[in-house]
Design a protein around this ligand. Structure first.
Ligand SMILES: [Zn+2]
Ligand SMILES: [Zn+2]
Length: 361
C-alpha cells in the first residue's frame, strides 16, 4: 500500500499490466473505495468487504469484470454498495443482476445504488434491489450543499458523484474514448493546522482544546464555544485567528481516453492542482498512431497531462502487454517525460501540448 497524503492508502492490486483497479483505503474510517472494477482476484474478501463505493470509468470488459466478485462477497453480508460511472451503467448493472437466479434472498438483502454521470454534468440515480426484482427505481437527484468551509464546488461540467463517509468527494468529468469515460478526482475535506506563532500572538497556551477546535471546524460547528485563557471564544472566530485551512485534491484517476484538445480542456478545468495522478499509458510514444486509433494515451501524453494539471506525482498503469518483457522501459519513459515537462514554464508547456496535438493528425 502507498500512503497518499494523510487521507488514503492506495494500491494497484493487478500491477501495471493487469486489469485496471485502484484500491483506496481511508485512513480515517477504514472504508475502501474502488476506482474501476477490473479483475478483483488479487484482493481478499476482507478487503472487498470494506468497499462501499465504486467509481467505474466505463464498462469495457477489463474495467468491469470484477463486478461479480464484488457482488459475491457482499450478498451474504447484506451489504449495500454504491457505484457511479458513465451513461448506460444502470442497464449494465441490471444486466449483471438478471444473469442469476435469486429465489432464496431475504427482503432488503441486495441494494445497489447506481449513479450515471453525463457529459454535461448531470446525474441520474437509481436503486436496484431484490425487493423490486432489480427494476431500477429512479431517485430524485439531490445536489450536495457545500458550506464556505468546504473546498469549492466542482466546476461544471465536473460533478460531485459520491461523498465517502470520511467526507472525501469523488468528483468526475466525462471524457471521450469513442464511448463516454469518467475520469475521477478525490477532493479531501478541509483540514485545519495551527499557524506558526499564532498561539503566542494570542497569548494562549497549547492544550487538548486545539484538537477539539480542529474537530469542531471539521464538523462545521463554528458556533461551538471554548473557554480559553479566561475568555469565551466562538470556534469560528478562534479558528480564523489561529488555524490555517488546507484543502487537498489528493488523487486523480485517468484512464482510457484519447489525447485531444477537448479532453485536455475538460481535465484542466476540473482537476488542476492535483497531488497525484494514476494514469494509463497503454503505449510508448513510438506507438502514438496506434494509441490514437485505439483512443488511448502514450507515455508522453500522460506526462503532458500530469504537467498541465500541475501534479506532483505520476503513477502509470494499464500498460499494453506489448511491453510485458520490458515494462520498466514504458514506466521510465513516462517519468522522464514528466520530469522534463514539469520544469517548463506555462508557455513552453503549452507549445509542447500544441505540438503533440498537431502530430495527432
Ligand atoms: Zn482499458
Ligand atoms: Zn476502454
Amino acid at each position: 500500500m502507498t500512503r497518499n497524503s494523510h487521507i488514503f492508502e492506495t494500491k494497484i492490486p493487478n500491477g501495471p499490466l493487469g486489469d485496471p483497479v485502484v484500491y483506496c483505503l481511508s485512513q480515517k474510517t477504514g472504508e475502501a473505495l474502488l476506482l474501476d472494477l477490473g479483475d478483483l482476484s488479487n484482493l481478499s474478501n476482507k478487503e472487498i468487504l470494506k468497499v462501499r463505493h465504486v467509481a467505474v470509468s466505463h464498462t469495457h470488459l477489463d474495467h468491469f469484470i470484477g463486478f461479480d466478485r464484488l457482488l459475491r462477497v457482499n450478498v451474504p453480508h447484506f451489504k449495500p454498495f454504491e457505484l457511479c460511472g458513465p451513461p448506460g451503467l444502470i442497464k449494465n448493472v441490471q444486466g449483471k443482476m438478471n444473469a442469476y437466479c435469486w429465489n432464496l434472498l431475504e427482503p432488503g438483502q441486495i441494494r445497489i445504488r447506481v449513479r450515471e454521470i453525463t457529459r454535461d454534468g448531470s446525474i441520474t440515480t437509481a436503486l436496484l434491489s431484490n425487493d423490486k426484482s432489480f427494476e431500477p427505481e429512479i431517485e430524485p437527484h439531490q445536489e450536495p450543499v457545500f458550506s464556505p468551509d468546504d473546498p469549492p464546488p466542482p466546476a461544471k461540467p465536473a460533478v460531485c458523484a459520491m461523498i465517502l463517509d470520511d467526507g472525501t468527494r469523488v468528483e468526475s468529468i466525462v471524457l471521450d474514448h469513442g464511448t463516454p469515460v469518467c475520469a475521477y478526482m478525490l477532493q479531501s475535506p478541509s483540514r485545519y493546522y495551527v499557524r506558526d506563532g499564532a498561539l503566542d500572538d494570542l497569548g494562549l497556551d497549547a492544550g487538548s482544546w486545539i484538537r477539539e477546535l480542529q474537530m469542531a471546524m471539521a464538523a462545521k460547528d463554528s458556533g461551538k464555544l471554548f473557554e480559553i485563557g479566561g475568555k469565551t471564544w466562538r470556534a469560528g472566530d478562534l479558528a480564523a485567528r489561529l488555524l490555517n485551512r488546507v484543502q487537498s485534491r489528493s488523487l486523480a484517476y485517468l484512464t482510457d481516453f484519447i489525447f485531444n484538445a477537448d479532453n485536455l480542456a475538460r481535465l484542466e478545468g476540473a482537476f488542476k492542482g492535483i497531488e497525484k495522478i494514476v494514469c494509463e499509458t497503454n503505449y510508448r510514444t513510438t506507438e502514438r498512431e496506434r494509441a490514437t486509433q485505439k483512443k488511448h494515451l502514450t507515455t508522453k501524453q500522460a506526462a503532458l497531462i500530469a504537467a498541465v494539471l500541475s501534479a506532483r506525482e505520476l503513477e502509470t498503469f494499464h500498460i499494453s502487454n506489448l511491453y510485458t518483457d520490458r515494462i520498466d522501459l514504458a514506466q521510465e519513459e513516462a517519468q522522464e517525460f514528466f520530469e522534463k515537462f514539469r520544469q517548463l514554464d506555462t508557455r513552453d508547456l503549452q507549445d509542447e501540448v500544441a505540438a503533440e496535438l498537431a502530430d495527432q493528425h
